[in-house]
Write a protein that binds this ligand. Structure first.
Ligand SMILES: Nc1nc2c(ncn2[C@@H]2O[C@H](COP(=O)(O)OP(=O)(O)OP(=O)(O)O)[C@@H](O)[C@H]2O)c(=O)[nH]1
Ligand SMILES: [Mg+2]
Length: 345
């Protein structure tokens, strides 16, 4: 049950995970060092017990984190892998899990050795050795703890997608009007600006229909180039296009100052098709309130060809800046999503 929840909203799960630094663990142990005890033996046993208990409780997060990572949606993994190394994450989790196991073994072993100590000196040395060995297990994982802490903070800030909701992924070239459209279709307020590359990460809004909600995803602008040449920002758009289930709304900017020519925008559309692997694609020619007549004509022709080939599902003309027009477009897409959901297969 817990894991299912993690699958649906890892950001909320990550919110409850605290990854300590090695120094934090050490500090905690020092502050709890038993000063008073009836005998030296009692003191050493208590110190060992506390060291053990503190390292175990401070690293308890690793269980929740491992479960979270196990059930993480591929979309999140793809976003994580833009900034983190998956192998290194797993190695870090292992380092800490292994430390926990060995700490418990050492605890058992040294409890016995303390009992067997023959004099005060042996007692003190054995206790010191035991605590040193337990701590060194985690000192070895110091960098791994830091790595996992950065990861958890990163997951906390990821967009909270709901993989069960019908989804429209809005994609296109820089400045094609994606954020304007998402802002007018939903209550989300993605940043809109005249300059390209305004959106640098994924934003999510919700469009409300009488019978439910649609998740509308704003993505960063894409350039027409192979995925392995894309920068981090573009790869976030790729994560959504590849891994989220839904339909794609591809905006083509037909205004005079479009960032890319119509031809390049359609090349980009072919690239998006390859990335999105069979997801239905809807094209909207945007900014028809201020068109470059030649661009508009060219885009219409190209879109009709793709429609005829069955490569795209429909072509719309819209004005992302006009709330009413956006509502009409969203209604059409909502119908498409509903009929797609009902269609067998
Ligand atoms: N005339 C007109 N301008 C629009 C329309 N839609 C967006 N714009 C303008 O186009 C510019 C870019 O809009 P954004 O919504 O930021 O474009 P974007 O595709 O999200 O851009 P990136 O995030 O940089 O990829 C802004 O100045 C908008 O006001 C439209 O339908 N008509
Ligand atoms: Mg944007």
């Amino acid at each position: 049950m817990k894991s299912r929840q993690a699958y649906r909203d890892p950001t909320a799960v990550a919110e409850k995970i605290h990854v300590p630094t090695y120094e934090e663990i050490l500090e905690r142990i020092r502050s709890r060092y038993p000063r008073r005890a009836k005998t030296l033996y009692d003191r050493e046993v208590a110190a060992l017990q506390r060291t053990h208990d503190i390292v175990i409780s401070k690293t308890d997060f690793v269980k929740q984190l491992a479960a979270l990572l196990d059930f993480l949606h591929p979309f999140y993994w793809r976003l994580i892998e833009i900034e983190f190394d998956r192998d290194r994450i797993h190695k870090a989790v292992k380092c800490i899990s292994r430390g926990r196991k060995l700490a418990s073994k050492l605890f058992e072993k040294y409890r016995f050795l303390l009992m067997a100590a023959e004099n005060k000196r042996e007692l003190v040395n054995t206790g010191r050795e035991a605590r040193g060995r337990i701590l060194s297990l985690f000192k070895k994982c110091r960098r791994e703890l830091d790595y996992l802490r950065d990861l958890v903070v990163f997951i906390q800030r990821l967009p909270a997608i709901d993989a069960t909701l019908p989804t429209v992924i809005v994609a296109g070239a820089p400045s094609s009007g994606k954020s304007t459209l998402v802002g007018n279709a939903t209550r989300a307020k993605p940043k809109v600006a005249v300059y390209p590359f305004t959106t640098t990460t994924i934003h999510i809004g919700h469009y409300t229909m009488p019978n439910g909600k649609i998740q509308v995803i704003d993505t960063p602008g894409l350039l027409d180039r192979p995925v392995d040449e894309m920068n981090e920002i573009e790869r976030r758009a790729v994560a959504a296009l590849k891994e989220l289930n839904g339909i794609i709304l591809f905006l083509v900017n037909v205004s005079p100052n479009a960032y890319m020519s119509v031809e390049r925008q359609f090349d980009l559309l072919s690239n998006v098709r390859r990335i999105a692997r069979g997801k239905p694609i809807y094209v909207a020619l945007n900014k028809v309130d201020n068109p470059d007549p030649e661009s508009l004509e060219e885009a219409r022709k190209k879109a009709q060809v793709l429609l005829g080939e069955g490569v795209i599902e429909a072509v719309y003309e819209t004005v992302a800046a006009d709330k009413e027009k956006v509502s009409r477009l969203m209604e059409s897409l909502a119908e498409e999503l509903t009929s797609k959901a009902q269609r067998p297969g």
